[in-house]
Design a protein around this ligand. Structure first.
Ligand code: GAL
Length: 334
């Protein structure tokens, strides 16, 4: 097992390479604390760029840490302790994935913290993007010999704030990134949060058993994606927040690609996962060309817009308390 600094790009982006005893490799860069490569049995399963500088260009959050708040906040504002906090509007009238310059566009400070672990630290100042409180965030990537990439999130603020962190990895388990539609997917969730036409949830929870959104029984992503389902039309494909049924011992989701024989289990302690089928990908050129629906994301998260919906579990992080969560992507050949 090893973890080492392998490259410094022309603007100073550092690349850390983690390798386990089976030869599985994860590369993580200090720009956005992004995963730049994830190679399992010779196949790179994440979208990205060979040159880390490429991540600075136009791409929809490729494999980045998302914060201070993953997904959308309606009307780009929330009220906490009686005070209204206006946020940056970067998605129409709404706030998406942390704002104009979210955690995905920051340079993080890297520290090797184990024989196959690197910690990325970032301090988000009071008022950044409109959020209250200085928030110290650390995200630790570890690769183990079970072939799991584990991401541990920690954050502490000096004022009450809101916090929900995720990673926006784009996967394709065939490695060719032609299409994501041939992956067989299981999501252990009977419900999603309903969304309005700006993709904002307001509290309504929908039962999806037996509908085109249902992945409780393994199903190809492409099977029902053209269905007339109202939500599917709104999302222009899958772009929904699934609420887990199961406890954290079991994966919240599993994807499988018959072409490569690779399966990926997603374990997390978060209550939800956003399934996004790359409906906004439009031919970004990187290691490959990433066209419409050529990759899928399983973004573990809290409830989107929770800071405006009292019936959703709270996303408030009280001053001095620690936000902690983890997500692990486990790779195997069944
Ligand atoms: C997803 C979100 C999508 C889209 C995408 C980035 O997390 O659910 O609606 O914004 O990120 O292109």
């Amino acid at each position: 097992m090893k973890c080492e600094l392998t490259e410094i790009s022309k603007t100073g982006i550092q690349t850390y390479r983690l390798e386990n005893d089976n030869g599985m490799v994860a590369e993580v860069i200090t720009y956005g604390a992004r995963i730049s490569k994830l190679v399992y049995q010779g196949i790179d399963v994440v979208a990205g760029f060979d040159d880390p500088e490429g991540f600075r260009g136009d791409n929809p959050y490729f494999n980045a840490v998302i914060g201070r708040f993953a997904n959308r906040i309606g009307n780009a504002s929330f009220t906490l302790n009686g005070k209204e906090y206006p946020l940056y509007k970067n998605d129409g009238n709404n706030h998406l994935h942390g704002g104009k310059e979210g955690f995905d566009r920051k340079i993080w400070k890297a520290t090797v913290v184990g024989n196959c672990s690197v910690r990325m630290d970032y301090v988000s100042c009071d008022g950044e993007e409109g959020y209250p409180g200085n928030l110290c965030v650390s995200v630790t990537y570890s690769l183990d010999n079970e072939d799991a990439l584990c991401i541990r999130y920690r954050a502490v603020s000096d004022k009450d704030t809101v916090c929900s962190l995720t990673n926006h990895a784009y996967f394709n388990l065939s490695g060719t990134f032609d299409t994501a539609l041939h992956h067989e997917l299981t999501i252990r969730a009977d419900q999603v949060t309903a969304i309005d036409n700006e993709l904002i949830p307001h509290g309504e929870i929908v039962d999806i058993k037996g509908t085109a959104l249902d992945f409780t029984i393994p199903k190809l992503i492409g099977k029902d994606i053209q269905n007339d389902d109202t939500l599917l039309k709104l999302g222009n494909g899958y772009d929904f927040n699934y609420i887990r049924n199961n406890d954290t011992e079991e994966p919240i989701a599993t994807a499988f690609c018959a072409d490569s024989g690779i399966a990926m289990d997603v374990y997390t302690d978060r209550p939800c996962v956003q399934l996004f089928t790359g409906n906004f990908l439009d031919g970004v050129r990187g290691k490959q060309v990433y066209g419409f629906r050529s990759a899928f994301c399983l973004e573990t998260q809290g409830y989107p817009n929770a800071c405006n919906v009292p019936s959703f579990p709270s996303c408030v992080l009280r001053a001095g308390e620690e936000f902690r969560s983890y997500t692990a992507y486990l790779f195997r050949k069944p």
